[in-house]
Design a protein around this ligand. Structure first.
Ligand SMILES: Nc1ncnc2c1ncn2[C@@H]1O[C@H](COP(=O)(O)OP(=O)(O)OP(=O)(O)O)[C@@H](O)[C@H]1O
Ligand SMILES: [Mg+2]
Length: 236
């Protein structure tokens, strides 16, 4: 089980504290699918970066299977089975797709299994496995390669930050079925109804706080109420 205990994060802006996350308490059960949603700027990416160790919280603790991993580095957490796919994937000059996937797996994999991960995300493996990971790849291609990398890595906890961004509508169904087949604990940041629908639990973040946790029906009802309230000029 992954547990976040009283996680807060602030930065200093113009000499003042700017709170990005406030007292976030969450538990993620093994093997379940969690979707974190909420308005732009509500702190979703910051929260998942704290889980991966990319950002250190200002206060609070992260536990993995009862062990306090708050002070562990990204690589130490990766070795414990935490895996992360960025909202905006990064390119690596000088590396090929196959190199990235081998690094992700922590060992050299046979070509056919690497190719099967690429096929799962809808890329013709023969065309992509030897391509350089540079800016000639389109945004959607990079996003798919990163998801394939996360699949190749496997592990205990797989985090995806807006995996649907840049993925065309035709491939969308395929993406949700990949998540459904993945055995690890999944934490997916998403705004998409189709992704929200596959969640065991949805976490709604607002202004850095957990507004609610619940089923698709419960949380989408609340999002709809908020939207109507905003249109009527409430909640401002
Ligand atoms: N280092 C920083 N300095 C100042 N502000 C920051 C910093 N990091 C994040 N923020 C701010 O914190 C807020 C939350 O950012 P975050 O990227 O977590 O939002 P998000 O919920 O992922 O949004 P989106 O849906 O647009 O991806 C934003 O207002 C962002 O500008
Ligand atoms: Mg984000």
């Amino acid at each position: 089980m992954l547990k976040l205990e009283n996680i807060s994060y602030f930065v200093m802006q113009n000499g003042k504290k700017k709170h990005i996350l406030r007292d976030v308490n969450l538990s993620f059960d093994n093997g379940k699918t969690y979707v974190i949603t909420g308005p732009n700027g509500s702190g979703k990416s910051t929260l998942v970066k704290i889980i991966m160790g990319i950002i250190q919280p200002s206060s609070g603790k992260v536990f993995l299977d009862g062990e306090d991993i708050t002070s562990l580095s990204i690589s130490e957490r990766a070795l414990k089975g935490v895996c992360y796919a960025f909202q905006s994937p990064v390119t690596f000059k000088g590396l090929k797709v196959s190199d990235l996937m081998n690094i992700a797996c922590g060992q050299k994999n046979d070509l056919s299994s690497l190719c099967s991960y690429l096929s799962m995300v809808g890329l013709c493996a023969r065309d992509y496995i030897n391509r350089p990971l540079d800016d000639k790849l389109s945004g959607g291609e990079l996003k798919r390669i990163e998801i394939a990398m996360a699949l190749a890595r496997g592990g205990k906890v797989s985090i995806f930050d807006e995996p649907e961004a840049g993925i065309d509508l035709w491939s969308f169904e395929n993406l949700t079925s990949i998540f459904e087949a993945l055995k690890s604990t999944k934490i997916i940041v998403s705004h998409q109804k189709k992704v929200l629908q596959i969640a065991d639990e949805i976490v709604l973040l607002k202004a850095g706080k957990v507004e609610s946790i619940g089923s698709f029906e419960a949380v989408s009802g609340q999002i709809e109420n908020d939207r109507c309230g905003r249109l009527r000029g409430e909640n401002e």
